[in-house]
Design a protein around this ligand. Sequence first.
Ligand SMILES: [Zn+2]
Length: 256
Amino acid sequence: MTTKLYHSIHELTQTSLVKAGISLRSGGVSTTPFTSLNLALHVGDDPAAVLRNQQCFSDSTGIKTLKYCNQIHSDTVINADKIPHSGWLADQQSTSEIIGDALISTQPDVTLGVFTADCVPIFILDIATPVIGIAHAGWRGTYTRIAVKTILEMKTNFGTDTENCIIHLGPSIQKCCYEVSPELLKQFIDRFGKDVHNGQCLCLQSANLCQLVDAGVPHDSISISPNCTACNTDDFYSYRVEGGQTGRMLSFIQLI
Ligand SMILES: [Zn+2]
């Protein structure tokens, strides 16, 4: 049996406008602590192993090139139509020189990606224009509303209307596991309301949902993965559970 290398985001792919998914953990060649389908070069894994993983993933998904950022937990959104392809496959020693945490594009056949291991990958599709966006939202990106800022950039650059957006919050650490300091929790409750916590745990998904609905995205157009990365380290990488030394999943979206 062939190992499944990625999970398709049906909420978006059912529009027939995009290809979208998130890589899973099995089926690669990386060894501990990156076992096994680590797709990121920047985490200290053997570059040759990452290259083989990327090749397998490309064969499985059809992705041949990729645009991604050097992610720094900022709220910076990049118009990917204005940047070159990032390091992927043959160019094994390089990563992206573009600093940011979200990308947008209108170009068919341009694949956008973010790397995560607990942070929320946010997939955005404006079905009318169409435009795609993808964001990396840990607590910093969530608190500074990177999801909404991504849609605003889609609006400024391409005329996106928030009412036409379909959004999916992918597998990420959830309120069952994401314990944070009382101070941080209070900051989130003050900004996004009391639904964002479960005891001492923060719910990044609720905080992102709240800001997107406030920005005018229809509630029914937002879906949330039931998968907590920290609860499912067989399928996903978890930065928190694995003490910061682990691989990354790649979330991707592409207009077709
Ligand atoms: Zn959990």
